[in-house]
Design a protein around this ligand. Sequence first.
Ligand code: CP3
Length: 344
Amino acid sequence: MAETKLLLRALSGETLPTPPIWMMRQAGRYLPEYRATRAEAGDFLSLCYNSDLATEVTLQPIRRYGFDAAILFADILLIPDALGADLWFVTGEGPRLSTITTEEDFAKLKGADDIHDHLAPVYQTVSNLASALPEEVALIGFAGAPWTVATYMIAGRGTPDQGPAHKLMQENNPLFEALIDRLTESTIEYLSAQIRAGAECVKLFDSWAGSLKSEAFTKYAVAPAKKIISEIKDRHPGVPVIAFPREAGEGYVGFAKETGANCVALDNSVTPEWATEHVQVDSCVQGNLASSHMVTGGQALVDETRHIVQAFKNGPHIFNLGHGITPDANPDNVQLMIDTVREG
Ligand code: CP3
C-alpha cells in the first residue's frame, strides 16, 4: 500500500507540495493543558514514567493543532537514569545527575542490555500512542546522541560550553570513550525497543554537537551516529532516522551520507539557501524557523515561515523550528505558523 503519512513520505525522499510540520517540544510548558497534566503527575520525571499521562501530553498538541507527527513524550536523560545514574530536575534550573568522572563511577553503571525494565513505561507510552493516534499522524521515537548525553553525565548538569566533558575527553580518553560506547550500545537498544513498540521513525538529538570540532566531531558525533543508524537499519529495515547535530555548521555537509540518516534537522544558525545547496542535495532536511518567532509572532513570523518553505520547496523538507519551543511562547503563534505553512 502506498504510504499516506506525509512525514514518512518526506523522509523517503519525496518532494511534497506542502511540507509536513511538527515542532520540537510541541508538548511543553507553553501549553496550559500540558501544565495541568504535569501538575497532576507531580513532577517532570513522574510524568515521563507515567504511560497514561505521557500519552495524554503527547496527544495534546495533535488535538490542538493537527500536526503531521507526534513525538513520544520522554527525555534524553532517561538513558542515564536507566543505566543507574541518579537523575532529578530542579524547577527553573534543569537536570541534575550523579557525575561520571572516574573508573569507579563508570563501573557502577548497568550494561546496555539491562535498561529495558526501567524503560518499560516509555515503551508502553509508545504502544499506547501507536493505537491512539489519528491514521495520518506519524509517531516519532527519539534518544539523545551519545556525546550530548555524556556531557550531562560527566558534568552532572547542563553546561554552557560542555567544559567538563571536553576535559575528560582530553585527560582520560579511555574512560570517555568507554562512556560513549556504553551510550551508543544503550541507544541502539532503546531506539530498537521503541520501534518494536510502534515508533515509525526515530530522531537522534545531538544538541551539543556544535562544540565538537574537526577530528572530535568525526569521532564523537559522526561515528556514534553512524553506528546507531546502521544497527537500527539492520534490525528494522525501512524505519527512517532523523539526525540533529545541532549547530554543526559545516559539519552538516555530508552528515547524512556519512551516517546513513534519512533526514538532517537544521538549527537556525544556517540559512535555508545555504542548506538547500549543501545539505538538501543529500537528504531530506528538517527545520528551521527560529523559536523566538513563537514568542514574538506577527508579520515577521509569517515572512520567515514563507521564506523557509519557499527555499526548501524543490526537495524533501519537513517544517520545524530550529530548536525547541520555549515556555514563554504564545500558543496562537504556533497556529499562525501552521496556517502559513499550509496556506498553499
Ligand atoms: O519534543 C518533545 O515534545 C518531546 C519530548 C522531549 C523533551 N525533551 C521533554 C522535556 C524531548 C525530545 C526532549 C529532548 C531533550 N531533553 C534534549 C535535546 C533537545 C534539546 O532541547 O536540545 C535535551 C538536551 C534534554 C535535556 C533536558 N530536559 C533539559 C536540559 C531540560 C531542562 C530545560 C528545560 O527546558 O526545562 C529538560 C526538561 C524537559 N524535557 C521539559 C520537557 C517538556 C521541561 C520540563 C518541565 O515540564 O518542567
